[in-house]
Design a protein around this ligand. Structure first.
Ligand code: M6R
Length: 607
C-alpha cells in the first residue's frame, strides 16, 4: 500500500523523488522519507505526516543524483519517524525502502539480534538492510539476492549502497515495481504515475526478479541468479500525468471525467451495426462463449459492487447463472469450482492482495480467470494473462468513482457479447449497443444539471445515521453510495435492498433520518415506492434518485434528484453519479480530507 520511487541520473535526485512521492501519496500517506547518496555518504530525511512535511525538511542545496523515497501506510509499527522508511543497516551505508509484508520478520529479527544487530524501528522492513549487510561482500545484487532468498512474504524494494553511488538495486515479489527508462536517467517506482513526467518507456519487473539500475538502463536477474530478458513497453496517453486542473479535488475531477472514461471503455468494443461487442483481450471464440456454464466474479469494495451489477446483467441479458464473490472471503472457504465456469477478477488497481489471492485459488483448482482491470501491467492483469482493461486512466482519489462506471461498462459489454451467442437477436443487441454508446451523453447531461445535491448534502452532513436503499440493479448502486459516504465523509450509514429494510434496519429510523433511495424507472419501481411510503411514515427524510419525468417520485421525496431515463441494465451508470457527488459534498461540508481519507490507501496490497 506504500509508494516507492528511486532515481539515478543527471538531475538532482531530491526534487525528482519529492515530485514522485507527491504523485504516489494516494498509495499511503501517514509518513514519508527519502535517502540520497552524496559525497560518499547517505543522507536520510524522514517525517511523520504528508510529503509536504518531508519537502520542508529537505534542503534546496541537496546535490546527490541517486536516491530512493517512500510514502508509508503503516502495517508493522505505529506512525512514527523511526518507523518511516528508508531504513538503514547498522553502518548507515545501505538504505532500503519497501512495500509489502515480510512474513518471517520476527524470526529473522531474532536471529540478527542474536548476532548483535541493533534495531531502531518496529517495522518488518528493517530486517532487510541488516540482512543485506550480512551478505554484502562487495556485490550489491548478490547481497540483495542472498537476503531475499531468506525472506518470506511480499515485497517491492529499492536499495542504495554508499559503496556503489551510481546505482539502485530493486526487487519485486507480489508488490508492483516499474522501471522508467529515460535518456541518461532511470527511475523505479511502484506506479507509473511517478514516472510519466520523465519517460513513457517502461519495464515491468516480474515476481522473483532483481534489477540493477543505473543511468544507462537496467539488467535483471532471477532470485536463482539466471539473467532475464525484459520487454520495453510504452505507457498509453490515457496514463499521462494527472493534475487537478480547475477542480478542488481529484475525486471531483474524476467524477467529471466519467463521460470520457466510459466512452474510452466502449470505443472499438461495442459494435452498433452488428448489435454485438468485441473484447479481443478475452480471447474467447463464439464457441468458447457458448460453452460457458456460469460466470463468477472476484472483487473487493467498489469493484465488488461493479461485479454485482455485472452478474445481474449477465443473468438478465445472457441467461447464464452469475455470482459475485467478496474476494477476501472466497479462498478461505475452499471453494467448489463448476466445470466450464468462467471467472473474472475485477480490480481498479490490479494489486488488491485479496483479489489476487482469490485468482490464485481459482487457478490452483484448474479454473480460468480473466482480468477486468484498470492499471496496465498490474499484478492481477499479469496473473490472469488475459482480460480486458477498462481504460479509466489514473484514478488518484482513494474513493473510486470513474473506475466503477468503467468496470460496469466493461461488464455490460461482456454481457452483450455473451448474450449474442445465445438468446438475443441482432436487433435486440443493436438496441443494447445503442443504449451503451449513449451513456457518456447521458452522464454529461446529468453532470450539467445535478439537481439539489448540495441541499441533500446539508441534510446528511450532521446525521447520526443514514440509510441507502434500492432494488434490483439499484441495490449495488445503493451499496456503492453508502461506501462512498463512509469513505470520504465518515457518516455512519448502510445500504439495504429496499424490501429488506423492514426486516431490521427500519428500527434505526427517527424523525428526519436521511434515507437515500435509488429508484430509476425499472420493473421494481412500484415496489420501491411502497418502501418509500414505509420510511416516510417513520419520519425519514427521503432523498430520491429517480428518472427524469417521474413526477410521482418527485412528489414523494423531500429532495428529488432526477437522472436521464435509460434502460434498467444501464441505470447504474447514471444513478451512481449523484451518489458520488453527494458523498463528495458531504465530505467537503464536514471538512474531510477528500482525496486521502483517514486510515485508507488506494491499493490494498495486504490481506
Ligand atoms: O483496486 P481494487 O479495485 O481492487 O480495490 C478494491 C477496493 O479496495 C476499492 O474498491 C475500495 O473499496 C475503494 N477505496 C472504494 O472507493
Amino acid at each position: 500500500m506504500c509508494g516507492i520511487i528511486g532515481y539515478v541520473g543527471y538531475r538532482r535526485a531530491s526534487p525528482v523523488l519529492l515530485d514522485g512521492l507527491r504523485r504516489l501519496e494516494y498509495r499511503g500517506y501517514d509518513s514519508a522519507g527519502l535517502a540520497v547518496l552524496e559525497d560518499q555518504d547517505l543522507t536520510l530525511y524522514r517525517r511523520v505526516g504528508r510529503v509536504a512535511e518531508l519537502a520542508g525538511a529537505v534542503p534546496e542545496k541537496q546535490e546527490g543524483h541517486v536516491g530512493v523515497g517512500h510514502t508509508r501506510w503503516a502495517t508493522h509499527g505505529g506512525v512514527t519517524k523511526e518507523n518511516a522508511h528508508p531504513h538503514l543497516d547498522g553502518t548507515g551505508r545501505i538504505a532500503v525502502v519497501h512495500n509489502g509484508i515480510i512474513e518471517n520478520a520476527s524470526e529473522l529479527r531474532g536471529r540478527l539480534e542474536r548476532d548483535g544487530v541493533v534495531f531502531h524501528s518496529e517495522t518488518d522492513t528493517e530486517v532487510l538492510p541488516h540482512l543485506i549487510r550480512a551478505f554484502y561482500k562487495g556485490d550489491p545484487v548478490a547481497a540483495v539476492r542472498q537476503a531475499l532468498l531468506r525472506v518470506n512474504g511480499t515485497y517491492g524494494i529499492a536499495v542504495v549502497f554508499v559503496d556503489h553511488p551510481d546505482m539502485i538495486v530493486a526487487a519485486r515479489n507480489g508488490s508492483p515495481m516499474v522501471i522508467g527508462l529515460g535518456d541518461d536517467e532511470t527511475l523505479i517506482a511502484s506506479d507509473t504515475q511517478a514516472l510519466v513526467r520523465y519517460t513513457r518507456r517502461v519495464i515491468y519487473l516480474g515476481d522473483g526478479e532483481i534489477a540493477r539500475i543505473d543511468a544507462d538502463g537496467v539488467q535483471t536477474v532471477l532470485l536463482s541468479g539466471a539473467s532475464t530478458a525484459k520487454e520495453v513497453e510504452q505507457i498509453d496517453h490515457e496514463w499521462g500525468v494527472s493534475e487537478k486542473g480547475d477542480f478542488d479535488h481529484f475525486m471531483q475531477k474524476e467524477i467529471h471525467e466519467q463521460p470520457e472514461s466510459i466512452r474510452r471503455c466502449t470505443r472499438g468494443r461495442v459494435v452498433l451495426e452488428q448489435g454485438n461487442a468485441k473484447l479481443g483481450g478475452l480471447d474467447l471464440s463464439p464457441r468458447d462463449l457458448l460453452g460457458i456454464s456460469a460466470v463468477e466474479m472476484l472483487a473487493c469494495g467498489t469493484s465488488y459492487h461493479a461485479a454485482l451489477v455485472g452478474c445481474m446483467a449477465v443473468e438478465r441479458l445472457a441467461r447464464v447463472p452469475a455470482v459475485a464473490h467478496i474476494a477476501s472471503e472466497y479462498r478461505h472457504r475452499n471453494p467448489l469450482l463448476q466445470r466450464d465456469a468462467i471467472f473474472f477478477a475485477v480490480s481498479q488497481s490490479g494489486e488488491t492482495a485479496d483479489t489476487l489471492g482469490a485468482v490464485r485459488e481459482v487457478q490452483l483448482k484448474g479454473g480460468e480467470v480473466l482480468g477486468i482491470v484498470n492499471v496496465v501491467g498490474s499484478s492481477i492483469a499479469r496473473a490472469c494473462g488475459r482480460g480486458t482493461y477498462v481504460h479509466s486512466g489514473p484514478e488518484l482519489a482513494v474513493a473510486s468513482t470513474k473506475a466503477f462506471t468503467s468496470q460496469v461498462t466493461a461488464l455490460l459489454t461482456f454481457s452483450l457479447l455473451l448474450a449474442r451467442t445465445r438468446q438475443i437477436s441482432r436487433n435486440v443487441g443493436k438496441d443494447m449497443a445503442e443504449d451503451l454508446l449513449g451513456v457518456p451523453e447521458m452522464v454529461s447531461r446529468y453532470l450539467a444539471n445535478q439537481g439539489p445535491i448540495v441541499e441533500a448534502a446539508h441534510a446528511i452532513k450532521d446525521a447520526r445515521y443514514a440509510l441507502f436503499m434500492g432494488r434490483g440493479f439499484s441495490w449495488p448502486v445503493a451499496m456503492e453510495g453508502a461506501l462512498k459516504l463512509k469513505e470520504v465523509a465518515y457518516v455512519p450509514c448502510e445500504a439495504y435492498p429496499a424490501g429488506e429494510m423492514k426486516h431490521g434496519p427500519i428500527a434505526m429510523l427517527e424523525q428526519d433520518t436521511p434515507v437515500v433511495v435509488v429508484m430509476p424507472n425499472d420493473h421494481v419501481r412500484e415496489k420501491t415506492l411502497s418502501n418509500v411510503q414505509e420510511v416516510k411514515a417513520r419520519g425519514a427524510r427521503v432523498i430520491m434518485i429517480h428518472s427524469e419525468g417521474d413526477t410521482e417520485a418527485a412528489e414523494q421525496s423531500d429532495l428529488s434528484i432526477a437522472v436521464p431515463r435509460v434502460h434498467d441494465l444501464i441505470s447504474p451508470l447514471v444513478t451512481v453519479i449523484p451518489l458520488q457527488l453527494l458523498a463528495y459534498h458531504v465530505g467537503v461540508l464536514r471538512g474531510c480530507d477528500i482525496d486521502k481519507p483517514r486510515n485508507l490507501a488506494k491499493s490494498v496490497t495486504v490481506e
